[in-house]
Design a protein around this ligand. Structure first.
Ligand code: NAD
Ligand code: TYD
Length: 363
């Protein structure tokens, strides 16, 4: 947004806008009612859900400013058409789950690397059109990346210029995508900014991830599969803070820069599970210690003073965000029960069948 209250980028192309963080970004930007128009391109994979944008559909003023395209970011014909009408591209689209990347890495390369390449090429075409006067300026490109590209950080906090040492197929593909984005800034002078966010939590989070999996299983008194000793540490960031930070970097980030988006809420997985069970009034006896994730990163932690210097601070206190999240899953059971059917059952069996069969009581 500019100082006059008009958006800096009135026409946004948001990819992956039916997923967890992308849909929050779309809902929050449209709810500002500042005239921004958004085109979402989303492939609606198992993780994408058109219903995540239902609050927009419920408001005629907002829904008039949303165009939804079911499409693949790796499909050049789809991407080119909509990039031509965009002032900025915000790329949330990704295969995003580490465990699935271990079971089946290929889809991660296709979307998280090749898909980014196709988007960047479309922006480069627009840059050329701007050069010959066919449009005012090339689109800005924001790549949504992750703290996981730093790899496991035993002590201290990662800074943006630290070496990238990704250790899973997911984080390696994400590193490839963001390095490619950076190369388009360096090589072609494309206007690129990159964010690296912490583990995000909140409403509309797919139940494959730790917090929603454990909350929804616990509601049904099902076992909670805790990997290894459960002492791995993550830094937790509320989804609206993550989406807000991305919007802030889009508007104010320096071209070519990368910004860490930390939550500043470091917890062990055991601490998270204890807090969830307490809020739900469910017993620890549901927790099972299961075989660890191969190559499991022990800890992520980031320094986000660069983003603070750009003028962004998170607003959601962790205890409040976690309570609101658990309550959302209690109140929106249709949403997750629909997802925990069909393909889900095969995935659950593949990921947890043998693990739970060989599990033991988690002390
Ligand atoms: P998500 O899995 O909930 O959503 C991903 C969305 O992308 C889905 O709607 C899916 O349908 C869509 N998609 C997948 N492949 C596509 C393709 N080829 N073309 C078009 N759409 C496609 O993921 P999320 O948790 O919302 O994450 C969004 C972004 O943020 C990702 O890039 C992820 O790497 C990054 N990120 C996530 C976290 C986190 O904790 N969730 C933390 C840091 C960064
Ligand atoms: P996850 O939500 O998959 O996020 P990420 O791996 O991207 O950090 O997992 C968060 C932490 O919880 C991670 O240390 C793995 C652990 N975990 C479990 O112990 N059991 C589970 O069933 C899942 C999904 C995750």
């Amino acid at each position: 947004m500019t100082e006059t209250g008009t958006p800096r980028f009135p026409r946004l192309l948001v990819t992956g806008g039916a997923g967890f963080i992308g849909s929050c970004f779309v809902r929050d930007v449209l709810a500002r009612k500042d005239g921004t128009n958004i085109t979402v391109i989303d492939k609606l994979t198992y993780a994408g859900n058109r219903a995540n944008l239902a609050p927009v559909d419920a408001d005629p003023e907002q829904s008039a400013r949303l165009r939804f395209v079911a499409g693949d970011i790796a499909d050049q014909t789809v991407v080119a058409r909509f990039a031509a009408e965009a002032d900025a591209v915000v790329n949330f689209a990704a295969e995003s789950h580490v465990d699935r990347s271990i079971l089946d890495p290929e889809a991660f390369l296709r979307t998280d690397v090749l898909g980014v390449h196709i988007l960047l090429e479309a922006c480069r075409t627009e840059q050329e059109r701007a050069r010959v006067g066919a449009r005012a300026a090339a689109p800005r490109f924001l790549q949504v990346s992750t703290d996981e590209v730093y790899g496991s950080v035993e002590t201290g906090e990662s800074r943006e210029d630290d070496r990238l040492e990704p250790r899973s197929p997911y984080s390696s593909a994400k590193a490839g995508g963001e390095l490619l984005a950076r190369s388009y800034f360096v090589t072609y002078g494309l206007d690129v900014v990159i964010t690296r966010g912490s583990n995000t939590y909140g409403p509309y989070h797919h139940p494959e991830k730790l917090i929603p999996l454990f909350v929804t299983n616990a509601i049904d008194d099902q076992q909670l599969p805790l990997y290894g000793d459960g002492l791995q540490r993550r830094d937790w960031l509320y989804v609206a803070d993550h989406a807000g930070a991305i919007g802030h970097v889009l508007d104010h980030g320096v071209s070519g820069e990368t910004y860490n988006v930390a939550g500043n809420n470091e917890r062990t997985n055991r601490e998270i599970v204890t807090a969830l069970l307490e809020h739900l009034g469910k017993p620890w006896s549901l927790v099972r210690q299961v075989a660890d994730r191969p190559g499991h990163d022990r800890r992520y932690a980031m320094d986000s003073s660069r983003l603070a210097a750009l003028g962004w601070t998170n607003t959601m206190p962790f205890a409040q965000g976690l309570a609101a999240t658990v309550d959302w899953y209690i109140q929106n059971q249709d949403w997750w029960r629909g997802i925990k059917s069909g393909e889900w059952k095969d995935y659950y069996q593949r990921q947890y069948g043998a693990r739970l069969a060989g599990s033991r009581e988690a002390r």
